[in-house]
Design a protein around this ligand. Structure first.
Ligand code: ZN
Length: 316
């Protein structure tokens, strides 16, 4: 399938963002800001469905590698996490902090499992208010936590560790990741660990669970996983390379805070490749990020209609 003549662009360093589907927007904001201590860095709409919010959470400025985003569908159909999907999204926390988090989860009534060892790391699995599978994994990161949360900085979330993909075709998924510059670093019974070329949000684990049921997209599941590309030029090169590998890649979409292309990998997961810039401060000051409903220029003339169609959302 691969074209041996196609040169491979600069390797992918890690995740840009992860986008999930949630229930009511208010519950979603409460969980990711109050419980997890992330900053709401942007309140906008899904540009492909303007009756739905698109909420972005991250560090102070929404650095690539820290951004968890949601399309909240209040009253939407529940999904089912299974094969062909992202089966967990992991945040990185400093070593020794998992006990703090267990106590906090008890306080806030968050569902969590026992801490387990995975390769050399400690993992605390938990779920958000919609059953979205999440993990806290101990390790080091070059990210400063959001300083205005009430979580002490020595235990706070520092961006993503990575994601786990429950691929329907693990070998082919691994092939695509290797093409992207990821290298296999560990293996257990059903889990292959690949690490990207950077030192932030660089881990992708691929599961081989042939007996699992097929996942169903809906509330409580991940919609897509986005990887970082430095700029439009690198993105164009990746578009060529992925297409030469046989993937169907979309044209470039202007996502206002970054530009994106999309391709579904053979194991079932929708991959996005997003530019680092222009960033979340292009239409709001850093101090004001997330405080108002922001719309891209091409939707601004419909603001009144959009605002009446959106469900209420108090964020302060
Ligand atoms: Zn995205």
């Amino acid at each position: 399938m691969s074209d041996p003549d196609a040169s491979t662009p600069e390797p992918i360093t890690g995740l840009h963002h992860v986008t999930g589907i949630s229930g009511t927007p208010e519950e979603n904001v409460r969980f990711y800001t109050d419980v997890l201590g992330l900053r709401l860095v942007k309140k906008t709409v899904n540009f492909d469905d303007i009756t739905t919010y698109h909420l972005y959470y991250g560090d102070e400025i929404g650095s690539p590698g820290t951004i968890m985003t949601f399309f909240p569908f209040g009253g939407g159909q529940d999904g089912r996490v299974g094969r062909g999907q992202t089966s967990a999204t992991a945040f990185i926390v400093p070593s020794g902090s998992l006990e703090y988090w267990q106590t906090r989860f008890d306080e806030y009534d968050v569902q969590y499992d026992d801490v387990k060892e995975r390769f050399t790391e400690r993992v605390l699995p938990f779920t958000d208010e919609d059953g979205q599978p999440l993990e806290l994994i101990t390790g080091n990161a070059d990210i400063e936590p959001w300083a205005e949360s009430d979580i002490p900085s020595e235990v706070a979330i520092r961006g993503f560790h990575g994601v786990t993909l429950n691929s329907a075709h693990p070998e082919q998924t691994i092939e695509v990741l290797e093409l992207m510059g990821y290298e296999t670093t560990d293996n257990s019974d059903n889990r292959t660990r690949l690490v990207g070329a950077g030192n932030r949000a660089a881990v992708v684990d691929v599961l081989n669970n042939p007996d699992d049921r097929r996942g169903v997209q809906g509330v409580g599941t991940v919609h897509h996983v986005a990887f970082r590309v430095t700029d439009g030029e690198a993105q164009h090169e990746w578009r060529e390379t992925l297409s030469a590998h046989g993937l169907r890649v979309t044209s470039q979409k202007d996502r206002q805070y970054f530009r994106s292309i999309y391709a579904r990998e053979p194991g079932g997961v929708l991959f996005e490749f997003s530019t680092d810039g222009p960033g979340f401060d292009r239409d709001e000051s850093i101090e004001a990020l997330g405080s108002e409903l922001k719309l891209p220029p091409w939707l601004e003339s419909d603001r009144e209609t959009i605002e009446t169609q959106l469900p209420p959302l108090q964020t302060e």
